[in-house]
Design a binder for this molecule. Structure first.
Ligand SMILES: Cc1cc2nc3c(=O)[nH]c(=O)nc-3n(C[C@H](O)[C@H](O)[C@H](O)COP(=O)(O)OP(=O)(O)OC[C@H]3O[C@@H](n4cnc5c(N)ncnc54)[C@H](O)[C@@H]3O)c2cc1C
Length: 446
């Protein structure tokens, strides 16, 4: 029996389900999938991050006496070739994303494919309400996970020590350039070992609830990119944080990640459709959308958030909520447009969290903010970036501006010497518009 261990979103050797379940002769592989890569621009930062992570994984596997064969191509072709080489089965981790499910189904028609759940704490099939149906609202779901919370430690997978590497000649490692990409600079924290990042964060854990919403403060763990690509497992994070008496609010956020993945598993259509059965008459003004993407809406907090996203591939959670509310409620643009744009840009892009969070902001999700709760971006920036430290760090032309003006509608524009765009929409008028639109969509009846 020659097994293929297909690493995808689990680029680690610790607490890894496929290394625990594998038996005998194995070939660990990673495929740079052309179906995904061909759609990305040559300066995509994620490809640089994944590339470096894959090379690290190769070294880690070598330390276990194994190795990693790295392919560049269409997974179907790769597996057809591997079948000819006498491989009999594939082990990989579960991925609920639409494309991943389709791809896995195709591969399973070439050779038996066994998927293990290890990118999330729970197996979505196993958590159901009293009527044996999936939860749709976070709080009861969260309460149903009390058994996890009460556990001081969740058992991690242990690597099978009796694995041996199949003799296979695949030494070539495709370069980024061969795949059509150029190496991109990445923020320092991404270069750090995620276990080290968590350790440093644990010293700030007690302040998490207090600081996590303040944009210019380093109040969160910044672990989402490592977690997305599985450089650390959610169990490892849980086990590292659970012993701290102040860990509950942090673990609650990890459970949000679980919830969103759970929703995508049970309601796969929600990746593309409103979860609530409503038809919203979106305005979908292309010029407004372009200005939102480029960070030229005339609202300093929105512009700074979007320009930072475009440059760094990162966005603070509070900013994600502000720009998502602004796009869907003030500009009345379909959440799918924003979701797609985030998918292109976010280093930590994860379909489940992104889709559910956008549906939350747009009031179309299963557990969403009510449509009449529209964030006022100026009040938000006043509260969460009072001194304008974040805004000024991204928009240097506003450096000398009195911070109070940043938090006032048309405040910055009152300075005639500044070259700053006019607001593309009035906050008050757009609030009234969204309210009318959702009433017409019979939101109250769902
Ligand atoms: C519109 C919108 C889109 C989003 N898109 C994504 C996405 O594509 N990928 C993604 O990982 N997160 C997404 N989030 C959730 C959240 O913004 C990020 O997980 C968080 O900013 C990551 O920073 P951190 O690791 O410092 O978080 P911390 O506050 O340190 O939280 C620890 C971990 O808990 C999870 N988490 C925290 N908050 C949330 C949340 N609200 N929803 C789900 N999981 C959460 C993340 O895995 C995070 O890494 C989105 C939120 C919004 C409002």
């Amino acid at each position: 029996m020659k097994q293929i261990l297909w690493f995808r979103r689990d680029l680690r050797i610790k607490d890894n389900a496929i290394l625990a379940h594998a038996k005998g002769e194995v070939l660990p592989i990673f495929i740079f999938d052309t179906n995904i890569l061909n759609k990305l621009p040559s300066n995509d930062k994620r490809v640089t991050f994944i590339y470096q992570s894959v090379l690290n994984l190769k070294k880690e596997l070598q330390s276990l006496g194994l190795n990693l064969a790295i392919f560049y191509g269409d997974p179907e072709t790769v597996f057809q070739n591997l079948k000819v080489e006498g491989f009999t089965s594939v082990l990989c981790s579960v991925d609920n994303d639409h494309y991943a499910k389709k791809r896995d189904k195709n591969i399973a028609s070439i050779m038996p494919l066994e998927r293990f759940s290890d990118s999330f704490l729970i197996d979505s099939k196993e958590v159901l309400n009293k009527s044996n149906l999936p939860y749709k609202v976070f709080t009861p779901f969260y309460n149903a996970l009390h058994y996890l919370w009460e556990a001081n430690k969740i058992t991690e997978f242990t690597t099978n020590q009796n694995l041996s590497l199949v003799e296979f000649n695949h030494r070539h490692i495709p370069t980024l350039e061969e795949m059509g990409f150029t190496e991109q600079p990445l923020p320092n924290f991404l270069m750090q070992d995620p276990h080290q990042l968590l350790k440093i964060f644990s010293e700030r854990l007690a302040n998490y609830t207090h600081y996590r919403d303040f944009i210019a403060i380093n109040g969160t763990s910044e672990i989402s990119v490592h977690l997305r690509f599985g450089l650390i497992s959610p169990k490892e994070i849980f086990n590292a944080m659970r012993p701290y008496s102040e860990s509950k609010p942090y673990i609650r956020q990890l459970f949000f990640r679980e919830f969103y993945n759970y929703l995508l598993y049970h309601f796969p259509k929600s990746q593309f459709e409103n979860h609530k059965p409503i038809e919203v008459e979106w305005n979908n003004n292309k010029e407004h959308f372009k200005k939102w993407c480029e960070g030229k809406t005339g609202v300093p907090i929105v512009d700074a958030a979007m320009q930072h996203l475009n440059k760094a591939g990162l966005m603070h959670n509070r900013l994600r909520m502000i720009v998502a509310s602004y796009l869907t409620k003030n500009l009345l643009i379909d959440w799918r447009w924003g979701e797609t744009y985030f998918a292109e840009k976010l280093l930590d892009y994860e379909a489940s969290s992104n889709v559910a969070s956008w549906q939350w902001a747009a009031s179309t999700g299963s557990d969403a903010v009510p449509y009449f709760r529209v964030f006022n971006p100026y009040l938000q920036s006043e509260k969460f970036d009072k001194e304008g430290l974040f805004i000024k760090s991204v928009l240097p032309q506003l450096k000398e501006i009195d911070a109070k003006l940043l938090h006032k509608e048309n405040g910055v524009q009152s300075n005639l010497f500044l070259n700053y765009p006019q607001q593309i929409i009035s906050i008050k008028i757009s609030r009234d518009r969204v309210s009318e639109t959702f009433k017409k969509a019979h939101y109250e009846n769902v």
